[in-house]
Design a protein around this ligand. Sequence first.
Ligand SMILES: Cc1cc2nc3c(=O)[nH]c(=O)nc-3n(C[C@H](O)[C@H](O)[C@H](O)COP(=O)(O)OP(=O)(O)OC[C@H]3O[C@@H](n4cnc5c(N)ncnc54)[C@H](O)[C@@H]3O)c2cc1C
Length: 271
Amino acid sequence: MQVFTDVERLDFELSQGEVKRAFAKVGNDGECIEISASRHVITAGGIASPYLIHRLSGRKSETPKPFLGGYMDHPKGPIGRLMPTRHIDDLDYMLVSRDDIHVFALPEAELLESGIGNHSVFVWGETRRDQSLRSRICGRWLQLNINCEQFPDPANGISLDDPPEVRWRISSATRRDIDAFLDRILPRISALFGPVKRADWVAMTGASHPAGCTPLSASPLGAELHADGQLPTLANAFCVSSSGFPFAGSANPTLTVVALAERLAQTWYPG
Ligand SMILES: Cc1cc2nc3c(=O)[nH]c(=O)nc-3n(C[C@H](O)[C@H](O)[C@H](O)COP(=O)(O)OP(=O)(O)OC[C@H]3O[C@@H](n4cnc5c(N)ncnc54)[C@H](O)[C@@H]3O)c2cc1C
């Protein structure tokens, strides 16, 4: 395998529905290297991948300011505070465990029945092993935070300028969904661990987890990709990126991106 670093620019030569060759302009002196491959995989991340896919598709935009909608991130922020009075050991385990991230979430059946997004709540607190368990947790308000699943929204997206620009907001529909989720989850957290004070307003930011705009689909339309990541207009070009997520969930994205890469490799080299 050859790895080229410091690539300034990539150009593709297309012919008869395939990528024939790619040309990489490398480094400051602009040396141009020809790359021949039977298959090409775009892995340019959640923002540049949709832009490259759009360019490769050769699709003409109907609007003067071309834009791909359906961008998602994980809005996150503090939703209230918990005063632990019960099950202190379990809460302590959630706080100090470094190997796993422990969150509160609704059961899958309840999500399907209610249509509420797959949001999660996690506990945030200073964890110092040199303090006794009770002094770390008891009598202290612990901050509760939400990680949200944001549904694809046509107004959230990537402009197809060079360089592409992200337009992102948290819609009132997302806020209503978060409220419905908190109505259900906070009483359960309170019943388990102690009193919860819910914030009047959740101040949210993005989590730098770009996703969406070119979702994988069983029958792709527009900017969508085939279920294995193949570009609809090019038989030997694929994309592995969070831009292919149809939904973003509320968890970190990278493991899923790696799983998509592994799945694609398995289809080419089974076993
Ligand atoms: C601050 C921050 C914190 C994060 N924390 C977490 C976390 O805790 N857990 C988690 O799972 N994820 C986290 N993420 C998300 C994580 O970084 C991404 O999911 C992951 O990097 C995606 O990997 P990728 O290979 O698809 O894309 P990237 O890592 O974005 O790599 C894409 C590469 O393509 C290159 N490129 C782009 N355009 C072109 C082009 N035209 N030609 C050639 N090369 C190009 C880019 O320079 C880049 O090197 C975080 C992201 C940020 C910004």
